[in-house]
Design a protein around this ligand. Structure first.
Ligand code: HEC
Ligand code: HEC
Length: 621
């Protein structure tokens, strides 16, 4: 997500010195990238598709193989959805996100304020209502299309990022990007939110333990299943190796919408080659084929989903007891699997899926138009087109340029490396697998840098390069050290230092997203009271503005059973509204719990109201 300095300056004026630090470096003007992220079909004939370019905030209409025509949508940043040829909804902006309802793409239309970072708008079946997941408001804005206003908000779990409606219009399926809850347990997962579109009641259903990094959802034409690609993290394991998906696997969850439960989760990796960072998903009109993009390996998986469903159905829910007279199954495999084994089977999709290398870099959103899958190539400013009718082994894949070939500068190269699984042994993961959008996955990982058996909560990359030392244990002197250790000791790759330098350059450009707690870019009244408490309690001794860390290690009596030390790196408080759970071991799901439970002895000194106000202030930074 990109914000101009101007937007940021308006948004967060109460700590301008962060920006003077950033601005002091006076970055060279950067090339303008298109950054295509989403592709949708254009009614009435659905023969062409619209490509939304996140970075250039424009879009193009692509019609067959012809040269794409640019249809400008100045400022567009989120997503586009067509109701029909006469109504289109487009989302704009971050903190002050809006939806525009127009007759055509370039129609000025009506603007409706909706919330923080609106994405993936979806019309109700009759077109009278528009549902808009707002990622950082953490809810869904429900808009009455005729009135042009938000009529209610439906809470989600954490960062609703994509949504789709069942064909009967009865259920909205929403993918929550990250897990919520404390991370020092061994059961944590992102959830799917199901909204009943008549009662607006929401049900949240967790996916398998370790599910994180959801980006997209697609629904089968019969309305039975939702397909959701995501990372299946094996965070319980020490990060000692990568083979066979030891750290991160890449998966497709098949969700049974009617039963409101997960049918199963299949792995998209091969036994010796990961299919890193799954992103977009689309289903063919006949429901038989599902296409998933892999932004880390620049591929698409073309999946015979009918075959997958059939295969799952044939496997017993519970494994039959061992039969000494028949120790091998019909395929000659030892043991009798049950459906619970499927999420660990790296060979499950053999014969049911083709891995298609794409000519684009960083594939994201996908849509199927007729017999062709159109895939947004984020870093190459182009589209990949897969002909789904061609022989799977000689599948015709072409590329359509959306503009001139982008000139990749060092920062962009760094962003590519950060997401590229080529920097990882056997392509199992990239930095983004654990640091989505260069932030955190909300999980605890047992990295080897501070010894085994003491998992630590993940950390954001924001301000990492100006808040040395790095890691909760301060074991890495600088973020530069941490970047190189990440490549070497987490991704087990040997790369030239220029790659790490590019990643440093990219991470240094990150700027804080304005907090959803701010009111018109300013501290709320509660947060202002919290600020007074923050100063009175001398929090700023260790958390001084503008970075909100003194960059030193302190013992604040948070040592837990598994820890081998008393002191931890003072974390920056900037953007902590986004980085739950809290403390080095992620033991607190919310800021409120952290303070209530007595971090820094606060519960003994402050009233309930004061604790709330303080939390409100910290979450506004
Ligand atoms: C398997 C998950 C995982 C992967 C993959 C991963 N990291 Fe991390 N990273 C972590 C965790 C967990 C921490 C915090 C650990 C701690 O503080 O002890 C961390 C911390 C960091 C930090 C220090 C932040 C700070 O301010 O303390 C940097 C920088 C970093 N990672 C960069 C990278 C880069 C670059 C890559 C890709 C080459 C990468 N990471 C890949 C899990 C991961
Ligand atoms: C003596 C230095 C010191 C003072 C004073 C201090 N902190 Fe901290 N703070 C720390 C350290 C060190 C940690 C990390 C502890 C850990 O992870 O176990 C921390 C952690 C936190 C966290 C968790 C952040 C995260 O990302 O997990 C918050 C929030 C916080 N402090 C707020 C405050 C507030 C509010 C005050 C004032 C009431 C305060 N701190 C005073 C040193 C300090």
């Amino acid at each position: 997500m990109r914000f101009s300095f101007l937007t940021l300056l308006c948004g967060v004026i109460f700590f301008p010195s962060i920006f003077s630090t950033v601005l002091a470096e006076e970055p060279a003007p950067r090339p303008q990238y298109l950054g295509p992220t989403q592709v949708v079909t254009v009614p009435p004939d659905d023969a062409s598709c619209y490509v939304l370019c996140q970075d250039a905030r424009t879009g193009s209409v692509v019609n067959g193989e012809a040269q794409p025509t640019m249809t400008m949508l100045p400022g567009v940043s989120g997503a586009v959805i067509f109701r029909d040829a006469k109504l289109v909804a487009t989302t704009f902006g971050g903190a002050n996100g809006k939806v525009k309802l127009g007759v055509t793409l370039d129609d000025a239309g009506r603007e409706i304020p909706v919330g923080h970072t609106p994405l993936s708008p979806v019309f109700s079946a009759d077109g009278t209502t528009l549902f808009v997941p707002c990622r950082f408001s953490n809810d869904i804005a429900v808009i009455d299309v005729a009135k042009g206003e938000v009529i209610r908000r439906i809470s989600t779990v954490r960062e609703p990022i994509a949504a789709a409606l069942t064909p009967d219009g009865k259920t909205l399926v929403v993918a929550n990007h990250l897990p919520s809850g404390r991370a020092d347990t061994f059961d944590i997962s992102a959830a799917v939110t199901l909204v009943d579109t008549t009662t607006f009641e929401a049900t949240h259903v967790r996916l398998l333990n370790g599910s994180t990094g959801l980006r997209d959802v697609a629904i089968s034409p019969d309305g039975k299943y939702a397909y959701i690609p995501h990372i299946l993290a094996r965070y319980q394991m020490p990060t000692t190796q990568l083979e066979r998906g030891w750290m991160n696997t890449n998966a497709l969850s098949i969700f049974d919408i009617g039963a409101k439960k997960l049918l199963n989760t299949v792995l998209l990796d091969d036994v010796d080659r990961g299919a890193a960072v799954p992103w977009g998903v689309a289903v063919s009109a006949d429901g038989k084929t599902v296409v998933v993009t892999h932004s880390g390996t620049h591929e698409a998986s073309v999946i015979d989903i009918a075959g997958v469903l059939e295969k799952i159905a044939k496997i017993p829910q519970v494994a039959p007891p061992y039969d000494p007279n028949k120790p091998y199954d019909d395929r000659g495999n030892f043991s009798s699997p049950s459906q619970a084994d499927i999420p660990n089977d790296l060979a499950f999709l053999v014969g049911l899926r083709t891995r298609v290398p794409l000519p684009v870099v960083g594939p994201r959103g996908v849509t199927i138009v007729g017999s062709k899958a159109y895939i947004a190539g984020y870093f190459s400013d182009s589209l990949a087109v897969i002909d789904l009718t061609a022989n799977p082994l000689r599948r015709g894949v072409t590329e359509i340029a959306l503009g001139p070939k982008p000139v990749i500068d060092q920062v962009r190269q760094g962003e590519i490396f950060f997401t590229d699984a080529a920097l990882c042994f056997q392509n199992w993961q990239s930095c983004t697998s654990c640091h989505p959008d260069a932030r955190t996955d909300g999980l605890n990982w047992d990295l080897m840098n501070d010894g085994l058996g003491n998992p630590k909560n993940n950390r954001s990359m924001l301000l990492a390069h100006v808040t040395a030392p790095s890691m909760w244990s301060g074991i890495r002197a600088t973020a530069e050290d941490a970047v190189r250790s990440g490549i070497r000791h987490i991704q087990f790759a040997v790369r030239p230092d220029e790659d790490a330098q590019a990643i440093d350059a990219y991470l240094k450009t990150l700027t804080p997203e304005p907090s959803p707690r701010l009111v018109n870019g300013q501290l709320s009244e509660a947060a202002q009271r919290g600020q007074t408490i923050f100063e009175k309690e001398k929090c700023n001794i260790c958390h001084p503005a503008p970075l909100y860390t003194d960059r030193a290690m302190h013992n604040v009596k948070t040592r837990a059973k598994l820890d081998r030390r008393d002191d931890f790196d003072t974390p920056t408080l900037v953007e902590t509204w986004r980085t739950a759970p809290y403390l080095h071991d992620g033991r607190y799901a919310t800021m409120r719990e952290l303070f209530e439970d007595g971090l820094h002895g606060l519960n003994e000194k402050l009233s309930e109201q004061e604790l709330s106000d303080l939390a409100e202030f910290v979450e506004s930074l």
